[in-house]
Every structure is written in structure tokens, then in C-alpha cells.
Design a protein around this ligand. Structure first.
Ligand code: GDD
Ligand code: MG
Length: 200
């Protein structure tokens, strides 16, 4: 379904333009019953991103990263956040960008990369879409320490974790990042034969 004819943008004001941008859009939207309504929405834009879960089926492990996230901290999450490696696209394609980002953050050089889904992270207010990937890895694929770019303020800890332990961390809220939850659930359903995954 293409709903372009049901939206008329009246104004798109840039409220802030810096590392990210913040816009206030005013538009007419035609409801399903045919009536038009004027709405205003504040929209946060920091570009699109890509995320990847490296997995080793033989050793039943995955690679996650742990880092400080001020946005979560400001909402009383006082621990470091556990996530899959991920990054902003910065004008590259998701496929190109994610391989570079995984090596920068984890030190692992992955090659057999599979796109599994893409998702809007918070579509009521945030423009960002995350392209999500998985890739197998072996211990010998580690070519550097990783850790991210100190010059950009990154201080990233690399964790190789037992898959079942990582998966269980969703249920007790030790993992709260949405791309990480979705990729671990994808892996439980499609890669590992996980206890508690649907159909097992
Ligand atoms: N958030 C933020 N980051 C900034 C800013 N200025 C510079 N940065 C730097 O921009 C870099 C972004 O690192 P990436 O690895 O590219 O992105 P990320 O922060 O890991 O993740 C982003 O993309 C993910 C999706 O792939 C998102 O899940 C995540 O929320 C975030 O937007 C970091 O080094 C960060 O320090 C700023 O004002 N705000
Ligand atoms: Mg990152």
C-alpha cells in the first residue's frame, strides 16, 4: 500500500541541526474514513545504522560489546549496556559499513555476512532504521583488540559469551537493548537450537 496521496506536508522546521537534527513537521493526514486532520510531530534524526551478531555454532558462543550509554544512564540505567556491535552508516551501504564497524569494535574480521531484517527503532519519533545482520566467526578471525575509537570517545569492552547465557539475560533484563534482543531471538530461532525459543 502506498499512502503518499494521504499525506500533505505543510511545514518542516529544523529546530536543531548539529551532530543529530531535530525537526518539527506539520502535515495533513487523511484518516481511513476520508477525513483530513492537521498534525504536528517532533522528529529526531541521527541517521540510519547497522548491527551484527557474530556467532560460533561449534563453540555455542556469540560476541557482544559493553559500553557506556549516556541516554540509558540518564534514564537511571546505572550499568554499562550490553549490545551487539553496531554503528551509524555515515553514507556507506549497511553491508559495507557493518563489516568495518564489527572489526573496529570487536577486533573480529567477519566475511560471510547475512542480512536478516531491518527495523525502525522507535518510529513514533525517531527516523532511524537499523539493518540487522548475522555472521559466523572463529577464534582465529580476531585480527586486533577492537575497543572502538578512543578519539570518538569509545571505550568498548569485547565479550565472548555462551549463547544460552546471553539469551537468558534477556529474560532477567541484563540485556535491554532492542537490536540485541531481536538478534539473539533470531539466533535462538534460526541458528542455535535454544531452550525456550518458540518451536523448541
Ligand atoms: N550519541 C551521540 N554520539 C556522538 C555525538 N557526537 C559524536 N558522537 C560519536 O559518534 C559515534 C557513533 O558510534 P557508532 O558506533 O557509529 O554508533 P553507535 O553509537 O554505536 O550506535 C548508533 O547506531 C546504532 C544502530 O546501528 C543505534 O542502536 C545506537 O542508538 C546509535 O544510534 C560514537 O563514537 C560517539 O561518540 C553525539 O552528540 N551524540
Ligand atoms: Mg557502535
Amino acid at each position: 500500500m502506498d499512502i503518499t496521496s494521504r499525506v500533505r506536508v505543510l511545514d518542516n522546521e529544523t529546530v536543531y541541526d548539529g551532530w543529530s537534527s531535530f525537526n518539527r513537521a506539520t502535515f495533513d493526514y487523511q484518516h481511513r474514513n476520508g477525513t483530513w486532520q492537521t498534525q504536528t510531530r517532533d522528529i529526531f534524526d541521527c541517521g540510519h545504522g547497522a548491527a551484527l551478531l557474530p556467532y560460533d555454532l561449534e563453540r555455542r558462543t556469540v560476541i557482544l560489546v559493553r559500553q557506556f550509554r549516556y541516554a540509558a544512564f540518564s534514564e537511571a540505567y546505572t550499568d554499562l549496556l550490553l549490545e551487539t556491535p553496531a554503528g551509524l552508516l555515515d553514507d556507506a551501504s549497511p553491508e559495507e559499513r557493518i563489516v568495518i564497524e564489527v572489526e573496529e569494535e570487536t577486533g573480529y574480521r567477519v566475511s560471510d555476512v547475512t542480512k536478516v531484517f531491518e527495523c525502525f527503532v522507535s518510529p513514533g519519533a525517531v527516523t532511524q532504521k537499523i539493518h540487522c545482520f548475522v555472521a559466523p566467526y572463529r577464534p582465529g578471525d580476531r585480527v586486533s583488540e577492537g575497543g572502538g575509537l578512543t578519539s570518538e570517545g569509545e571505550d568498548i569492552e569485547v565479550l565472548e559469551m555462551d549463547f544460552d547465557e546471553a539469551y537468558a539475560m534477556i529474560a532477567d533484563a541484563r540485556i535491554q537493548d532492542c537490536k540485541t534482543i531481536m538478534l539473539l531471538q533470531y539466533a535462538a530461532l534460526n541458528l542455535f537450537n535454544a531452550k525456550g525459543a518458540a518451536g523448541t
